[in-house]
Design a protein around this ligand. Structure first.
Ligand code: C2E
Ligand code: MG
Ligand code: MG
Length: 586
């Protein structure tokens, strides 16, 4: 292969005549030949001459050919430089020494021209291949570096808002935690009901909205602070050198204020609120992730308080979260383990003091905690949706119990069963109720379903249709906790309900002449005017009973008559014989 650029060959030999011989033999090959008369001179000349090949005599005074070869091959710069040993030695042992010193080839003296030319060419080809490989490696390395930098940028920046990402924030927090005596604040921001916006307006608008929020927040963050986007609709603000809680509160106030004005996205003005969770960080914190987790817990707590609120982290919050999770897990198992039981509380006709019905109230027979009241677990079951299957179970058990009592001759008794908001919104509710009616064979006219005002107001039109469908099956409907929820007065005449239950909080105030006292009066009058039965909840004292009787309140329930009891106790105390159905006052 003819050389394309000038190829340089270093010839090392203590006898200059040998150089002349080689020069003559390689004449007309177009190589640039250099000469070194000692091994030391050859090593010293490498960097200057940058040869493509070395022809190296073996036997030389000073550094001999083996040693020179070894030094070339152990140098990082010259390790790939091909070396041909030129030797008069011909013993196999000597050749083996050449190769063990790192030589790539050898040529015997006296040198044959054709052999020399062939070996030189083949070594130069090897050199060229090494070069190509080196270039390729260098390019590859540059590419890897470039891609690594790109990935680093992707990881440390949020693609949508161009703000530092969670990873970048964690890195900054880690540095802060390593700074002795550091004190700072981390503010975790989550937009309220963002899913609703996503669902109603689509992702394109939501993305624009997030960008607008990022821009507005950026203006509020001090120059030495940091605004990061944690992904989704969550942002985090880092305030450095902050031990002053008032300073944090100022910023928190400014952030919440900034959400008062609408954000513009896709030409629309959108109002949105956000909740903030704040943690005051210091160098004693275990890790950045813990800081974010605590700020997140505080944010979650703020959400529970309502939209547009904030909370500072307090270690107790952790415990509450842990307890809540444990309760949630226990609840999931409770259904399978049949730990839910039904208690019954008598509903009494206030004039005759006879039991006219019972309200079924769920209890949780917890394996360690004993009997747990519904107030502790119904709200959680509402959010997890577990209230639907559990509610059906209670409905079924209550209907079975009513059937038993009807068979024992108590055919006039009604059974009241609570329906949660979630159950009321469940699309299979009617189907499920029909199945239970068919399976238990009760008279539907003796079943009373208690719903709350919020269940009705959540979707009034559907609720009207549902109530009508239930009424067409003869099932009665009560409005539970009447007076505490949204006022459904405007709707009341459109609902074919049978019964209003006055909330306990009004009854307990009955003896005190407050405005609540008037409420009881008003509800009873309203019920009478609309032709509805009114039931008073939570009657605890004789004067309360007397007053309700005076107001012509028809029905009542409360501890004065009986606490909720298991079915067997109800039978033993109240259902022995028709004559003894008069409620025994405590
Ligand atoms: P609610 O439907 O308004 O039930 C009346 C609550 O008042 C019951 O509490 C009852 O034990 C209590 N109570 C009755 N008389 C008195 C009294 O004189 N004094 C006092 N201090 N309290 C009295 P409970 O059983 O703890 O139930 C609380 C709430 O849990 C119920 O309020 C109802 O909203 C819900 N709940 C109970 N069982 C079920 C159920 O099976 N399904 C659904 N969805 N909710 C249920
Ligand atoms: Mg009730
Ligand atoms: Mg109630």
């Amino acid at each position: 292969m003819p050389p394309t650029s000038v190829t340089s060959i270093l010839i090392v030999d203590d006898d200059p005549n040998n150089f002349d011989v080689i020069e003559a033999l390689l004449d007309a090959q177009g190589y640039q030949l250099h000469y070194a008369s000692t091994g030391e001179a050859a090593i010293a000349a490498l960097d200057l001459l940058e040869p493509d090949l070395v022809l190296l005599d073996v036997m030389m005074p000073g550094l001999d050919g083996f040693e020179v070869c070894r030094q070339i091959k152990s140098s990082p710069t010259w390790a790939t430089l091909p070396v041909i040993m030129v030797t008069a030695l011909s013993e196999k042992q000597d050749l083996a020494r050449c190769f063990s010193a790192g030589a790539n080839d050898f040529i015997s003296k006296p040198i044959n021209r054709l052999e020399l030319i062939a070996r030189v060419r083949s070594m130069l080809l090897l050199r060229e291949q090494y070069r190509q490989l080196e270039t390729f490696n260098a390019q590859l390395e540059a590419k890897v570096l470039e891609r690594t930098a790109q990935l680093q940028a992707i990881i440390s920046q949020d693609a949508l808002t161009q703000l530092p990402s969670r990873a970048a924030l964690i890195e900054t927090l880690a540095e802060l935690l390593q700074t002795e005596g550091s004190a700072f604040a981390v503010i975790y921001l989550d937009c309220d009901q963002f899913k609703l916006i996503n669902g109603s307006f689509g992702y394109a608008l939501s993305n624009q909205l997030l960008q607008a929020i990022a821009k507005r927040l950026q203006r509020l963050v001090p120059s030495d602070g940091l605004l990061a986007c944690l992904g989704g609709n969550e942002f985090c603000i880092l305030l450095r050198q902050t031990s002053d809680i008032e300073q944090v509160k100022l910023l928190v106030g400014a952030i919440l204020d900034s959400f008062q004005a609408p954000f513009t996205a896709s030409g629309l003005d959108i109002f949105i609120t956000a909740c903030l969770g704040i943690v005051l960080g210091h160098s004693g914190y275990p890790c950045p992730e813990q800081l974010l987790q605590d700020a997140g817990v505080a944010m979650y707590r703020a959400k529970q308080q309502g939209t547009g609120s904030y909370q500072f982290f307090d270690p107790q919050m952790h415990q509450t979260m842990v307890d809540r999770l444990a309760l949630e897990n226990d609840l999931k198992r409770a259904l399978d383990r049949q730990e839910f039981v039904v208690y019954y509380q008598p509903i009494v006709h206030l004039k005759t003091l006879k039991i006219v019905g019972l309200e079924a109230l769920v209890r949780w027979q917890h394996p360690h905690r004993g009997l747990v009241a519904p107030g502790e677990f119904i709200p959680l079951m509402e959010t997890t949706g577990l209230v639907v299957p559990v509610g059906l179970l209670i409905l079924k058990q209550a209907c079975q119990q009513l059937h038993r009592w009807q068979q024992q001759g108590w055919s006039e008794l009604t059974m009241s069963v609570n329906l949660s908001v979630r159950q009321f919104a469940c699309p299979t509710l009617l189907e499920d109720i029909d199945q239970i009616l068919a399976a238990t064979g009760i008279n539907p006219a003796r079943l009373k379903l208690e719903i709350t005002e919020s269940a009705i107001m959540e979707n009034a039109e559907t609720a009207i249709a549902l109530v009508e469908a239930l009424r067409s099956r003869q099932i009665q409907i009560s409005i539970d906790d009447f007076g505490t929820g949204y006022s459904s007065l405007g709707y009341l005449h459109r609902f074919l309900v049978n019964d209003l239950k006055i909330d306990r909080s009004f009854i307990s105030q009955i003896q005190v002449l407050t405005s609540k006292y008037k409420v009881v009066d008003t509800i009873i009058t309203l019920g009478q005017q609309l032709g509805l039965t009114v039931t008073a909840e939570g009657i605890e004292t004789e004067p309360q009973l007397a007053r309700l009787q005076q107001l012509n309140c028809e029905l009542g329930q409360g501890y004065l008559f009986s606490k909720p009891l298991p079915a067997a106790d109800i039978e033993a105390r109240f259902l022995q014989s028709k004559d003894s159905s008069l409620v025994l006052l405590a």
